[in-house]
Design a protein around this ligand. Structure first.
Ligand SMILES: Nc1nc2c(ncn2[C@@H]2O[C@H](COP(=O)(O)OP(=O)(O)OP(=O)(O)O)[C@@H](O)[C@H]2O)c(=O)[nH]1
Length: 846
């Protein structure tokens, strides 16, 4: 089995069954773009707005509805807007004092808090809000609602609660931060609001991010910050007057720090806040000062005496404590990493540390000289360095040493020249009488039983032996997922097994009398659609697995059942085997089977699948009924059709273009072993390849030589179009190879292109926009830059030039611009996705 992709996207795949979008949402709207629900909301809203406006404002219904539509049916906002726009002009009584500004409110409330202390009783529930709403805002309305027992009177109450000032006449609701209700007002009626004054605390808001300066925002401090800074300065001055005079400028900072130490040590038990130290406090302070030196940052010593350009911001106050250099010299490793020379301790730059809690009670370690000498590590390293020194001769600089070392390790890799047998591969293929080959992708909604069905098929065809199945069963039982044992034949990574979800394409092989099959088991979860696309782009036909159990089919229809079917068709797959699975859960009900068949047939034919190319097979992967052998259940006597394997065998493989130039889309890049350090795998899209062939990697534009070819895990001399092959390469650096890249014939390379025209089938509304463009495993950023024309679905004739939008189900010609050049050819199929949804699929025209 070829190695699995290393590009498994392991996302958060916790999901729910109904965690899917509904395709039908588009169709619930009428021509005016409104759903019935919208219309009903509009009607009710109009009545409520009219009631709220009363007779004072005369507005027409359409004006009300326009406002409601604009405000997403928010009655409150609509009323405010209409009142402001159409209501009688407000006269402001001359005597009415101007509403305080937000700044004034904040400043006065802060002052109030300061003067009164923190013990102001909470506002009584009966008290009317003393600070009016400056502007109508949603929060204003909701606050009023809290106070109003009558919820139906929302608007009336809301307008009562808001005193409109001339400033407040906004055509649109003011932003939330215009609300000037204090937090305590907001929580006035909460039971925990009635706390004794002495127990109330102050919550200081510490900004998570630094204030915008160089990186944006104003470099000037805000008014509040300036106020706080001025207040702080004043306090500092007052402190300085009462404090013992200090000999240098850092003293006041030292005082502050010591004061903080005192606070933290709970020594100032009286808590009187006085900054004048008592004689005993003063002694203690001096002792601590002796131990800890409070200095300015040495990195900017000149700043000590320079007055700050801006008032310091209170929230940025951090106590910077500089301790004596108590560190030993850095180790060699640290020196290398940090680029610090191994200076003697004395010459090391002083260490500056910011301690959130000063180590007031800690003994100065330097006093005991614990770290005075070199560390044991340093002694050993120095001795080693001495021993390594070249005797006598001149010592090499580190640069020279490095160069010498790299020269020593530099070994010329001898690439064995790969001899080509110069075979005529097309002839060899004809002669080989090889069984026909077919690759099929297994798709369908998550958990509909794809992996189990394939595991059962491989087990029943003896590709997997009983022992392996028993082992898997045991392992599955140990983690309580015994029902997944068969699925584990395909799902082999621990992540897939633990989560019970397929993440990436799993490949396996089996053969019938007529055909050698390659299974590409695709993930069903919507998060892994890119991996599913990669699998589908390698397939000749597809098996669409549908869970027949009650509700599962229906939820699948809204989910990935339809999306996968559309995607495989868009990627060129024409034949579809629909496996109606888990028939055991519905007792092999013919009715259920027919219901699913009917619904799916209708959808698939609209998705451009020919009726004769669709086969429906009822089966049960878990029990194995109708997978490789006919169903034995007596309830299933109604079914006399083919088994799943028979249906697969009846599928014609796609045409192989062996005569065309060699093209292979890389689906995996990996290390194939000691002798094969760089290997790739993928489907050969066209042409053939043989050992010794030079091939070109695009877009890197780097050549490689094919050392070994493996098909179905066996070494072969050549491989042809349609086969999924592993190529072990020589003469190329792995950096030039990525999944999604193209390997091609250097004599006939694929052209790199940045812009192309494409015929698309829209799954959703398509407008010129940025999209993710998928081509097999390749994913690139692009943009649908032009909608050229709408086309007739069957004839391809132009129906309309330059459409403004392409609706779901329509076919259009568009121009796509890519972010960077990619190897793309006429006739290849691409998929456009946006925000995790498949928007359209297309065929490259030029
Ligand atoms: N009763 C019953 N359960 C089944 C049948 N087939 C699969 N299951 C159960 O369905 C669950 C999902 O099966 P999987 O095979 O992992 O489904 P899947 O479609 O491969 O899932 P993804 O690849 O993750 O999308 C497992 O618990 C299976 O045991 C069936 O025929 N009958």
């Amino acid at each position: 089995m070829p190695p699995r992709s290393g590009h498994q996207r392991a996302k958060n795949i916790a999901y729910e069954e109904d965690d899917v979008y509904s395709d039908n949402e588009y169709y619930e709207e009428d021509g005016d773009g409104m759903t019935d629900e919208d219309r009903e909301q509009l009607r009710q809203g109009t009545i409520m707005v009219k009631e709220a406006l009363g007779s004072s404002v005369s507005v027409s219904d359409s004006q009300i509805q326009e406002a409601l539509w604009h405000y997403y049916f928010d009655v409150g906002k609509s009323v405010t807007y209409l009142k402001n726009k159409h209501g009688p002009a407000k006269t402001i009584p001359a005597s009415k004092p101007k509403a305080p500004s937000r700044f004034d409110q904040a400043a006065s409330s802060a002052a109030l808090l300061q003067t009164k202390g923190q013990g102001e009783p909470p506002i009584s529930p009966n008290r009317e809000p003393d600070i009016a709403c400056i502007a109508p805002s949603p929060r204003c309305i909701s606050n009023s609602n809290v106070r109003s027992a009558d919820k139906s009177a929302t608007m009336t109450t809301a307008s009562k609660g808001c005193v409109e000032t001339p400033d407040s006449v906004f055509p649109f609701p003011a932003p939330l931060d215009h609300l000037s209700i204090l937090p305590r007002d907001f929580f006035w009626d909460t039971p925990w609001g009635n706390v004794e004054s002495c127990r109330l605390g102050v919550i200081r808001e510490i900004p998570v991010l630094p204030r915008g300066r160089l990186l944006g925002g104003s470099s000037r401090p805000s008014k509040l910050a300036a106020l706080a800074a001025a207040r702080k300065k004043k306090q500092e001055e007052a402190n300085r007057e009462t404090a013992v005079p200090q000999p240098n400028a850092s003293a006041s900072e030292a005082d502050q720090a010591v004061a903080l130490l005192d606070k933290l040590n709970f020594k100032n038990k009286a808590g009187n806040g006085s900054s004048t130290p008592t004689p005993s406090e003063e002694r203690g302070r001096n002792e601590r000062l002796g131990r800890l030196q409070f200095l300015k940052r040495q990195s900017s010593p000149e700043k000590v005496n320079t007055p700050p350009e801006e008032p310091p911001e209170p929230e940025e106050e951090v106590l910077t404590v500089q301790v004596p250099n108590i560190r030993t010299t850095p180790s060699m490793f640290a020196s290398t990493i940090c680029g610090i020379g191994r200076l003697p301790a004395a010459e090391q730059p002083s260490v500056i540390s910011s301690f959130p809690v000063p180590f007031s009670g800690m003994e100065d370690p330097t006093s005991r000289g614990l770290f005075a000498g070199p560390s044991p590590d340093d002694i050993v390293l120095r001795a080693q360095a001495k021993g390594n020194k070249p005797k006598g001769g001149q010592q090499k600089t580190p640069k020279e040493q490095k160069l010498a070392q790299s020269m020593e390790t530099l070994a010329v890799e001898e690439t064995p020249s790969v001899k080509s047998k110069n075979l005529n591969v097309a002839e060899e293929f004809e002669k080989s009488g090889m069984k026909r080959m077919a690759n099929f992708v297994v798709v369908g909604h998550v958990d509909h039983g794809k992996s189990t069905l394939m595991g059962r098929l491989l087990y029943d065809l003896k590709v997997v032996d009983q022992r392996s199945i028993d082992k898997l069963r045991k392992e599955a039982e140990t983690i309580g997922k015994s029902s997944f044992a068969l699925a584990w034949v395909m799902d082999q990574t621990s992540e897939e097994r633990n989560r019970g979800v397929t993440v990436d394409i799993a490949t396996n092989y089996f053969e019938t009398e007529k055909t050698r099959f390659t299974i590409l088991d695709a993930p069903g979860h919507k998060d892994f659609i890119p991996n599913m696309i990669a699998g589908a782009s390698q397939a000749d036909f597809a098996v669409l697995v549908i869970d027949a159990s009650t509700n599962s089919f229906e939820s699948g229809l809204r989910g990935q059942t339809k999306e996968h079917a559309l995607l495989v068709r868009s990627l060129g797959v024409q034949r579809l085997v629909v496996a109606v699975n888990k028939m055991d859960t519905v007792s092999w009900s013919q009715e259920r089977f027919e219901e699913i068949k009917q619904q799916m047939s209708a959808f698939l034919t609209t998705a451009n699948f020919a009726k004769k190319s669709i086969t429906f097979v009822p089966c049960a992967g878990l029990t194995g009924d109708n997978v490789t052998h006919k169903v034995e259940d007596s309830n299933a006597r109604w079914y006399t059709g083919e088994t799943l394997v028979e249906a697969l065998d009846a599928s014609e493989p796609g045409k192989r273009h062996i005569e065309k130039p060699f093209r292979l889309t890389i689906s995996d890049v990996f290390r194939g072993g000691i002798t094969n350090p760089i290997s790739i795998s993928g489907r050969i899209d066209s042409g053939s390849v043989q050992v010794g062939d030079p091939i070109l990697a695009l877009p890197a534009n780097e050549k490689a030589v094919v050392k070994v070819i493996e098909v179905e895990n066996a070494p072969v001399d050549w491989a042809v179009a349609g086969q999924i092959a592993t190529l072990h390469l020589a003469d190329i650096d792995p950096v030039h190879l990525r999944t999604g890249d193209i390997m091609c014939d250097p004599k006939d390379p694929v052209k790199l292109t940045k812009s192309f025209t494409c015929k698309i089938l829209a799954f959703e509304h398509v407008l010129p926009a940025t999209m993710d463009v998928f081509r097999g495993r390749l994913q690139a950023e692009g943009k649908i830059s032009k909608l050229v024309a709408l086309l007739d679905k069957t004839s391809g004739e132009i129906v309309k030039n330059k459409p403004r939008v392409v609706k779901p189900g329509e076919v259009a010609r568009v121009v796509v611009d890519l972010e960077k050049e990619l190897p793309l050819e006429i006739g290849i199929r691409v998929v456009f996705r946006e925000g995790g949804n498949t928007v359209a699929a297309g065929l490259l025209e030029g």
